[in-house]
Write a new protein. Structure first.
Length: 96
């Protein structure tokens, strides 16, 4: 069964391409420990069913994170509510 991980922060880049804007995602695990995964690791875990990632809006609405593919066939993560750019993930604070 997949583990559900709440994304609370991101490591951003200065790139403008959708697939290059996020370097890593992070959060707090149920036991209170911090976790960080590269975008590549997160994509692998989504695709193999190991993890389900999500964010929560300030109003408590959950938005699942999916793997998207850009016009050049490059994979990246974004929420189901995002269009091409991963804006909801980019709006999260920077990971420590």
């Amino acid at each position: 069964m997949a583990r559900h991980l709440h994304i609370r922060c991101t490591v951003k880049t200065d790139r403008t391409s959708a697939n290059e804007r996020i370097r890593a995602i992070g959060g707090v695990s149920p036991d209170g420990g911090r976790w960080t995964l590269t975008q590549h690791q997160a994509i692998s875990q989504i695709e193999d069913g190991t993890s389900v990632f999500y964010i929560e809006t300030p109003r408590g609405q959950r938005s699942d994170v999916i793997v998207a593919v850009d016009a050049h066939a490059d994979k990246y993560v974004k929420t189901v509510a995002d269009r091409e750019q991963p804006e909801k993930l980019l709006s999260l604070p920077n990971c420590p």
